[in-house]
Design a protein around this ligand. Structure first.
Ligand code: ADP
Ligand code: MG
Length: 433
């Protein structure tokens, strides 16, 4: 495949876009990989399956095992060569996967091989896992998801924060991800800016949501709130965040959960990851009314999803606090400042206050993630697969209404129960169209 001069800018020498035949020859020349796949290379089954927005993903299967091979393109796949995007994102994805493997073992795919020049990573093939969002659209319940995702978030966020790291180690770590700014910029534009103004790439379920979209473009209270969240995203290097932790970046079976696709990773605000999970569960909840299923199935699914929203926050908070009480080796909150029983009690109160602030951040980011999926560029199949556009708009309007309240009146939501109650109250609300 050829690449335009524009897209080639900044492309390292040695980079070429691989097709299936190229990949076969490439993998066959790496003895450890060839052994893992097993059998003669010309018997390997190779298919490109990338259904994401940005990269190529090949599934490779041999007689002994399989791999997923991800290669970055010098542009945004969804849009094409007119939107160049640096290949360095493959480096940051590999770096993030490496850290996550160490911080939350077993919850991300194992890395098998990385080639910086080709912007390529070969990793454990997740099979029979499916993208969680697809399961949610089908109304599937995942009982062990809460435990896994809360462990992933608590461990990756806590152990990369100032609560666990020395100041020097933290600063080195921040620097190692600081070059991933092109991916951050996508978030800054598509999540924190474009849905609130006229932007070419915005779209929504028209004509039903035209008035709501216009209201949001004129809502200065909302513009202040999203700007505060954007500033937090820009300036709060709290921990190594995944940066795109939606249900399309999570692969599941009944018993396993694996987080994939951390190419947006950098040192940012913890609440952004937590909010991403909460937002995507809430969208699955509101979308449920648009999908064909029996009354009983619908009720069971919706009550599981809302219960999961509850437990994602409470489970995360509990695990994070447990780590803080036992593994706080970082430079923040020196124990010598909190001596004796009185000191310990005061520090514990401060931990609770910290979690309350983190909860406020998460509520705000939850709202931001909902609004961008309904009014911005990238939509999700939870809503998109609802064929009847008016019915889809009704589900989306409920989610938008919740999001607007969460963002502007965030301070009045002091517990996750108040968020799920607000969602439940909007479940049967009929917008006036
Ligand atoms: P993008 O960055 O382009 O969004 P993803 O990392 O999300 O790419 O991968 C795109 C798709 O490839 C996923 O939705 C999933 O279906 C498949 N995929 C990615 N990684 C794996 C893996 N390790 N095992 C199996 N399938 C995978
Ligand atoms: Mg991606």
């Amino acid at each position: 495949m050829t690449i335009s001069a524009e897209a080639r800018q900044g492309t390292p020498s040695g980079y070429r876009i691989l097709n299936e035949a190229d990949l076969r020859a490439y993998l066959a020349a790496i003895p450890s990989v060839a052994t893992q796949l097993g059998g003669p290379a010309d018997h390997w089954a190779i298919t490109e399956v990338g259904d994401g927005n940005l990269n190529l993903v090949f599934i490779v299967k041999g007689s002994s095992g399989g791999l997923a091979v991800k290669q970055a393109l010098p542009y945004v796949r969804l849009v094409g060569e007119s939107w160049p995007l640096p290949l360095s994102r493959a480096h940051y994805e590999h770096l993030a996967l490496t850290h996550q493997n160490r911080l939350a073992p077993g919850l991300v795919p194992a890395i098998v091989h990385h080639d910086a020049a080709l912007a390529l990573t070969a990793m454990e093939l997740l099979e029979p896992h499916i993208i969680m969002r697809k399961g949610l659209v089908a109304g599937t319940i995942y009982p062990s998801f809460v435990d896994h995702v809360t462990t992933f978030m608590a461990q990756t966020l806590f152990f990369s924060s100032d609560l666990a790291l020395t100041a020097a180690a933290k600063k080195v770590a921040i620097a190692s991800f600081a070059g991933n700014h092109a991916l951050c910029k996508i978030t800054e534009d598509l999540i924190f800016t474009d849905p609130y103004r006229i932007a070419e790439q915005n779209r929504w379920t028209s004509p039903w949501l035209d008035a709501t979209a216009a209201d949001i473009r004129a809502d200065l209270d909302l513009h202040v709130a999203i700007s505060r969240l954007k500033l937090k995203f820009l300036s709060s290097a709290e921990a190594l965040i995944h940066g795109d932790l939606h249900t399309g970046s999570i692969m599941v079976t009944d018993t396993e959960t694996k987080v994939i696709d951390p190419e947006f990773a950098f040192y940012g605000p913890m609440g952004f990851d937590v909010g991403a999970v909460l937002a995507n569960l809430l969208m699955a909840y509101f979308a449920s009314d648009g999908h064909e299923r029996s009354q009983g199935e619908r009720q069971a699914f919706e009550s599981w999803v809302l219960g999961t929203v509850d437990q994602v926050w409470s489970g995360f908070a509990q695990k994070f606090l447990t780590l803080w009480r036992s593994e706080a080796r970082g430079d923040a909150y020196p124990l010598s400042l909190f001596p004796g029983e009185a000191g310990a009690a005061r520090l514990e109160a401060e931990r609770q206050a910290y979690m309350a602030r983190l909860f406020q951040d998460a509520v705000g980011f939850t709202a931001a993630k909902i609004i961008r999926r309904i009014l911005g560029l990238a939509h999700n199949i939870d809503f998109e697969l609802i064929e009847d556009a008016k019915r889809r708009a009704t589900c989306e309007a409920r989610a938008l209404r919740l999001a607007r309240t969460l963002m502007v009146e965030g301070g009045s939501f002091t517990s996750i129960g108040s968020v799920t109650n607000a969602a439940r109250e909007l479940r049967h609300w009929q917008p006036g169209f």
